[in-house]
Design a protein around this ligand. Structure first.
Ligand code: FES
Length: 95
């Protein structure tokens, strides 16, 4: 099971999640309630996270991430958490 290290408000939360889990879905069902999110559909950017490590295991940004985040934010390591399925260990943060 992938390990998630999640930073927010100067706290670090570490939790294992099922392979292919979506962290926004887990937030919605209160399994990972610390994650900020909104629409769950790639339209609001409230779930934006900066990937600290493990980005190499993520698929390339999809068209929603490209549209909503833009090239500069993607280059800086930001992703829309609602668009990601976690398959390997990852460390990320939300501001
Ligand atoms: S929750 Fe709205 S874009 Fe991810």
């Amino acid at each position: 099971m992938p390990k998630v290290k999640f930073h927010r408000d100067e706290k670090l939360i570490e939790r294992e999640v099922a392979k292919n889990a979506n962290l926004v879905v887990l937030a919605g069902i209160k399994t990972f309630p610390e994650i900020k999110y909104g629409c769950g559909m790639g339209k609001c950017t409230k779930c934006t996270s900066k990937i600290i490590s493990g980005a190499e295991h993520l698929p390339p940004p999809n068209w929603k991430e490209e549209k909503m985040l833009g090239e500069e934010k993607l280059q800086q390591g930001y992703r829309l958490t609602c668009q990601l399925e976690i398959t390997e260990d990852i460390e990320l943060m939300q501001e």
